[in-house]
Design a protein around this ligand. Structure first.
Ligand code: ZN
Ligand code: ZN
Length: 478
């Protein structure tokens, strides 16, 4: 084995600029086709070579001198051997198989928001097997598990469990067995990676300098499971929280994040515009809500284009228009609806106010009345997801040290929304992406597509990043 090391290091130094693209192929060859643990060791050596090089170049990373001062087994100061040990556990052949089987079981049996009873049961069975303590239920089907000393500091990692009302169009062995339901947002992978992290952390429990809280939450998709989890005590004593989302935009196991606003705040609206029904041939005897709604929709476009700062990204989209069914009659009412997004709370609530004003006022221009509903009672307003600078730096440091500098990317903000924002409003938090894109395999479709799929080789890497974020947080207490 030793004779291979200089060769591997040489290859990596030559190919570092191309590593990001080739990482996926390399990972695949390691996790899918290797026939012995020795080949995994080759992979660790390669990762270790990159990490050592990065460490010696940067004082910010843990230096190789401090690493050498540290005991190789205690990990009181994080060093290359600690990364190697975590990856070693995650990439053990039986653990790779186990985590894939777990994800496939969840994928085959998708459950919608607040109905994740079987998924939750499966997770609890795994936690029981690992002798990990937990509290259940939170927010109907949610779980709060913990590993470590039971004392402070407490750091949390969260996974969402719910699927979507989408018919899976991917034909494969473990396709969804439930018609019209599918894990099209990768939450099956999120659960598997967090249970995988639980296994790593349980194995390293004697090294933990505090408590890791594992949160399995229901209803991320328009159901605000996070709010229910927080209400039921998910964040009790927790001083920092982290979560991951799979991304088809990055090659397998590439980590991406950014400081500050990462995902937009998201709200929905529905307006009922009322007029007076009448024969289309005599429009002067009716009050036309079709014209009023059309005018309101045109005017809504002016909110972002004429009233908002172009540097403060915002969206107002009208996505539905329903009214009338008789080609010869002006209808009584028209219902329009849509969504709005912004990256700051002030812009977000300004949009909400202006959408209502524009619809009501434009309706009155055409002698109609309007009622606008923002579904606040159903809690479908998500605030923006904002990464705490220190927590973002922690994710970046962990990913860079664990997987090598080319495998971390700073990503632009996105207009999507996440109910992780409720946690990030409550405690310092960081949300990050993990790539699942593999062109050869075909995992190139966006989330919420019936063709969405993931490269499962991501799972052990996601588990390793989760576990290391938590373990290092407790040591370094960022
Ligand atoms: Zn989703
Ligand atoms: Zn999602």
């Amino acid at each position: 084995m030793n004779s291979l090391k200089p060769y591997v290091l040489f290859l990596f130094l030559i190919f570092i600029p191309f590593l990001a693209n080739n990482f996926v192929v390399f990972v695949n060859s390691v996790t899918s086709s290797s026939s012995s643990d020795n080949e995994y060791t080759t992979f660790f050596d390669a990762i270790t070579s990159i990490n050592s090089k990065a460490s010696s170049m940067s004082d910010k990373n843990q230096s190789s001198s401090s690493a050498s001062r540290a005991s190789s087994s205690s990990c009181e100061v994080w060093e290359v051997n600690c990364s190697k040990a975590v990856l070693g556990l995650a990439l053990k052949r039986e653990n790779v198989e186990w985590i894939k089987v777990l994800r496939r079981k969840i994928h085959e049996n998708p459950e919608l928001a607040f109905e994740e009873y079987e998924t939750s049961k499966l997770i609890r069975a795994e936690l029981d097997r690992m002798e990990i303590e937990y509290r259940y239920p939170l927010a109907k089907t949610g779980i709060r598990a913990w590993i470590g000393t039971g004392g402070p500091p407490f750091v949390a990692i969260r996974a969402d469990m719910d699927a979507l009302p989408i018919q899976e169009a991917v034909e494969w062995e473990h396709k969804s067995k439930v018609p019209g339901k599918m894990h099209a947002c990768g939450h099956d992978a999120h659960v598997a990676m967090l249970v995988g992290a639980a296994k790593i952390l349980k194995n390293r429990e004697h090294l933990l300098k505090g408590t890791v809280v594992l949160l399995f939450q229901p209803a991320e998709e328009a159901g605000n499971g996070a709010k229910g989890m927080i209400r039921d005590g998910a964040l009790e004593n927790v001083e920092a929280i982290f979560a991951v989302h799979v991304s088809h935009e990055h090659p397998t196991a590439i980590i991406g994040s950014r400081p500050g606003p990462l995902l937009a705040g998201c709200g929905f609206f529905r307006a009922v515009i009322s007029g007076k029904k009448g024969l289309a041939a005599n429009p002067h005897h009716s009050v036309d809500p079709i014209l009023a709604a059309s005018s309101a929709i045109i005017s809504l476009q002016g909110i972002v284009s004429r009233e908002s700062n172009p540097l403060d990204s915002q969206v107002v989209s009208v996505t539905s228009f329903n009214g009338g069914s008789d080609l010869d009659m002006i209808p009584d009412t028209v219902v329009i609806g849509g969504t709005f997004r912004a990256f700051s709370n002030s812009s977000f609530y300004n949009l909400l106010q202006r959408i209502e004003e524009v619809i009501v006022e434009q309706a009155s221009v055409f002698r109609c009345s309007a009622m606008v509903d923002f579904f606040e009672k159903e809690y479908t307003i998500y605030p923006p997801t904002v990464n705490d600078d220190r927590m973002y730096e922690h994710v970046k440091k962990v990913a860079t040290d664990l997987l090598g500098p080319p495998n971390f990317r700073v990503v632009p903000p996105m207009m999507g929304a996440e109910d992780f924002s409720f946690y990030s409003e409550a405690v310092p938090a960081a949300f990050y992406y993990i790539g699942v894109r593999n062109e050869t395999f075909g995992s190139t479709h966006t989330v919420h597509s019936p063709y969405f799929m993931i490269d499962e080789d991501v799972l052990p890497f996601g588990a390793s990043v989760h576990a290391t974020i938590a373990e290092r947080y407790l040591i370094e207490h960022v």
